[in-house]
Write a protein that binds this ligand. Structure first.
Ligand code: NAD
Length: 501
């Protein structure tokens, strides 16, 4: 019998009522393994009501008591790591080791959030005018909604709600309808850790659910992570409805290789960053910009045999280095891009379109693909393919490489591999990119720093987690105080400078 997934509302699992269901697949076999309810507008409104009801009590709970729940939550996450990784991989398809890495990164945000009382401290100035004192505090924004993508079904939600709830907000999570189970299981753990009912609700759904979250006036802020077309629309709609919105979106991350780079190290970096998680990472490297023909030739020679011997298989095989992609549509889209690259005249050095994983003939597998001689007018260069396809663009010098990075519409991450400190420093300074790696291919900031791109990789002002997360999920309030003994008699009609007091 097909498993039916639930929502998680008011501290318990809740059956879907809408009658609309989505299929969940095992990407390694193509089998339907479960069905997820897609919430109706009324169901989403009821979830928002639950989060709204939980807000006053949670806001009033002292920060240190809020974080005691997070300390316990952290313990439960560690205790249940194996089960969570299995659940995640079974729906997403990534290897168990990769799933554990993702869960570990989410856990680090929980750990950061355990210290958030420190970040909520305000500032105080005594005697800003005679007998006048001034101080600032940070207060929660209210009910926050999080809308998250399929590719990090545990980590991306955990970029959001541990910070939001540590700051005193309540949170409605709408996970990807393609692999929601791990997020629901984690919410159950938060409840077991003592999180009051309604502080973290999880509602499954699609556009219909998101449309309500974007427009309901009880929702104060939206954190979105996903593709650019949808994120841009969510940003505009949410802002027009008066909400604070951050939308972290698509990417095309370049790795610039200078002639003096350590080529063995660079090749390994490109393998992991290009083909890890089947290229389904917003920080995956999908373009290698080789400076000079010798650099490009050597890269191709080193990469080709490694790509041909990549171990591709299901997450259940501990030897797998790369699993399947998420869905049949994703597989067809990626193959379509490879076809278009060939038609556009790029050289397909390794063609992974027709690989066969024995016993998994209906799985959504594609082997690593490598293109050489890619030019900036090709769709395989311009678009985010979100699959294991690496494009090599040949350039003559560093300035040309930098221009490519800066002219691309996306600005999530970029890396440079070199031993030249001057070039690395110049790249850090002049690249119009949110996250830069110097000999680091996937420069994802740790939890106490913040994650976010530039250009069309992020809509909104705040990056996510770290102090940027605290700022996004809180509002600043400034108080100016004077006590009767300091007040002079008589009305004052002119605006005063502090030095006039
Ligand atoms: P997606 O945009 O299809 O879905 C993201 C979320 O939006 C899901 O919860 C989905 O249910 C919802 N959604 C889908 N269609 C919608 C619509 N028409 N209206 C409203 N909501 C809708 O993204 P995905 O395929 O799940 O994830 C892959 C994308 O996410 C890639 O573009 C990747 O770069 C991006 N991503 C970005 C970051 C980042 O930090 N910048 C991190 C991870 C993933």
């Amino acid at each position: 019998m097909t498993k039916i997934i639930n929502h998680f509302i008011d501290g318990k699992l809740a059956k879907g009522q809408s009658g609309r269901m989505g299929d969940i697949f095992n990407p390694a076999t193509g089998d339907v393994t479960a069905q997820v309810p897609l919430a109706s507008a009324d169901e989403v409104r009821a979830v928002i009501a639950s989060s709204t009801a939980a807000l006053p009590g949670w806001m009033a709970t002292p920060p240190a008591r809020r974080t005691q729940v997070l300390f316990k939550f952290r313990e439960l996450l560690i205790k249940n790591m194996d089960e969570l990784a299995n659940l995640l991989s079974a729906e997403h398809g990534k290897t168990i080791q990769d799933a554990k890495g993702e869960l570990g990164r989410g856990l680090e945000v929980v750990e950061f959030s355990c210290g958030i009382p420190h970040a909520l401290k305000g500032e105080y100035s005594e005697n800003v005018g005679s007998n006048v004192d001034s101080y600032t505090i940070r207060q929660p924004v209210g009910v926050v909604a999080g809308i998250t993508p399929f590719n990090f079904p545990a980590m991306v939600p955990m970029w959001m709600y541990p910070v939001a709830i540590a700051c005193g907000n309540t949170f409605v999570l709408k996970p990807s309808e393609r692999d929601p189970s791990v997020a629901i299981c984690i919410a159950e753990l938060a409840s077991k850790a003592g999180l009051p009912d309604g502080v973290l609700n999880v509602v499954n759904g699609d556009k219909e659910a998101v449309d309500i979250l974007l427009r309901d006036e009880r929702v104060s802020a939206i954190s979105f992570v996903g593709s650019t077309a949808i994120g841009e629309n969510i940003y505009k709609t949410g802002c027009a409805a008066g909400k604070r919105v951050q939308a972290l979106c698509g990417a095309k991350n370049h790795l610039v290789v200078l002639p003096d780079a350590d080529m063995a190290q660079t090749t390994d970096a490109l393998m992991g960053a290009g083909y890890g998680s089947a290229g389904e990472r917003c920080m995956a490297v999908s373009v290698a910009v080789a400076v000079g023909a010798d650099t490009a030739n050597e890269l191709v020679n080193r990469l080709e045999p490694k790509i041909r011997t990549l171990k591709i298989g299901p997450y259940s095989d501990p030897n797998s280095e790369m699993g399947p992609v998420i869905s049949r549509e994703a597989l067809d889209r990626i193959k379509g891009y490879v076809d278009s690259g060939v038609q556009a005249g790029a050289k397909l050095v390794v063609d992974g379109r027709d690989i066969n994983v024995q016993g998994h003939e209906n799985g959504y597998f594609i082997g690593g693909c490598l293109f050489d001689n890619v030019t900036p007018d090709m769709s395989i260069y311009k678009d985010e393919i979100f699959g294991p396809v690496l494009a090599i663009v040949r350039v003559n010098d560093y300035e040309e490489a930098l221009r490519l990075v800066n002219d691309h519409e996306y600005g999530n991450g970029a890396a440079i591999f070199t031993r030249d400190g001057d070039a690395a420093r110049d790249f850090s300074s002049r690249a119009k990119i949110g996250m830069i790696g110097i000999n680091v291919p996937i420069p994802v900031p740790v939890a106490y720093h913040s994650f976010g791109g530039w250009k069309r990789s992020l809509f909104g002002d705040h990056h996510i987690h770290g102090m940027e997360g605290v700022r996004f999920y809180t509002r600043l309030k400034a108080m100016t105080t004077r006590w009767p003994s300091g007040i002079k008699d008589g009305a004052e009609f002119h605006f005063k400078r502090s030095s006039d007091h």
